[in-house]
Design a protein around this ligand. Structure first.
Ligand code: B12
Ligand code: SF4
Ligand code: SF4
Length: 244
């Protein structure tokens, strides 16, 4: 049954127990590129939902002890988001479904996070250990707390180890070299990345207490490799871009 959210607390209650939580919210304007609602009205409020640290992984593994098949985590997350949206009277934009929404730009607008030199947004508490799963679009303007004003931890990080530990030198000044990254991860020398996740992410001193557990790191790394290989296939004209 469709319900209605009156506040961010209502949304948090819907997500309780999943490890997913409200990652920020804003009232969009035309420049944000938020799609209109199904009935043509503009969205009045965008609420970002995501996860940080290993809590969502623990909830997923409780529900799905032996993940198998295509995209089991995405399927589990999407089902929770769909149920939440239905109960809250919202529509969803999924972070990793095409067309890819500019979810990082939306997160920067919502506040409390900053662009790190390796492209991933950094959070003062969670470091690089947080992501966005989707955005709930509401027709109404929900009352929102003012955006958190936080300092960018990268500005006071003198050594910037995230930029120097990658064995494949994948963080080029112009862009992330995904072929160099997955080429290394799939090679015999790439076992550390493949088994525990990106070394650059692990090298960051901020938010280490929230680092993903090893099997979660390996799971996401395998997903990155699959995604990059699919992107390459699409570029060569051999796969449906929706699959990436
Ligand atoms: C395609 C994709 C990938 C591809 C290619 C990425 C690439 N070429 O950079 C692959 C599979 C390689 C990949 C890998 C990873 N990804 Co990725 N990826 C995406 C996805 C689905 C689309 C990106 C995109 O093109 N968006 C469309 C445009 C319109 O978005 P945009 O916000 O305007 O800007 C993008 C670029 O312009 C760029 N950018 C803009 N300004 C700047 C400035 C600087 C300095 C840099 C370096 C980049 C940069 O960053 C944005 C994302 O690439 C996004 C989700 C999303 N919807 O954005 C996740 C996303 C960016 N990825 C994410 C993550 C966590 C990762 C990994 C760490 C995963 C892992 N398991 O280890 C790695 C790390 C790669 C890295 N260092 O960037 C998270 C980042 C969360 C955060 N805290 O910021 C996102 C947001 C997904 C999520 N669920 O939250 N990813
Ligand atoms: S290692 Fe330093 S510069 Fe790199 S993301 Fe972490 S805080 Fe920012
Ligand atoms: S996964 Fe490994 S090869 Fe890829 S960017 Fe991270 S450290 Fe570099």
């Amino acid at each position: 049954m469709r319900g209605q959210a009156d506040s961010l607390d209502d949304i948090e209650r819907r997500l309780a127990g999943t490890g997913l939580f409200v990652r920020g919210a804003f009232h969009p304007d035309a420049a944000d590129g938020v799609r209109p609602l199904g009935d043509g009205r503009p969205a009045g409020t965008v609420v970002l939902v995501g996860n940080a640290g290993p809590a969502m992984w623990a909830a997923f593994r409780r529900d799905v002890p032996d993940p198998a098949g295509k995209d089991p985590l995405d399927n589990w997350v999407d089902a929770h988001l769909e149920r939440a949206a239905e109960g809250l009277g919202a529509e969803i934009v999924f972070a990793t479904r095409k067309p890819w929404p500019p979810i990082q730009r939306w997160a920067l607008k919502a506040g409390g996070v900053h662009r790190s030199p390796i492209g991933i947004l950094i959070h003062p508490e969670y470091g690089l250990w947080h992501v966005y799963r989707g955005a709930l679009l509401f027709a109404r303007k929900l009352a929102l707390p003012s955006a958190p004003a936080t300092a960018n931890p990268c500005e006071s990080c003198a050594k910037k180890p995230c930029l120097t530990v990658c064995p494949a030198d994948a963080f080029k000044p112009e862009a992330f070299d995904m072929q160099a990254c997955v080429g290394h991860v799939e090679s015999p020398k790439g076992k550390a990345c493949a088994a525990g996740g990106c070394l650059a992410r692990r090298a960051c001193p901020v938010g280490r207490a929230h680092a993903y557990v090893r099997d979660e790191g390996a799971f996401h790394m395998a997903a990155v490799v699959r995604t990059v290989r699919r992107i390459e296939l699409v570029r060569r004209g051999g796969a449906n871009p929706q699959d990436t």
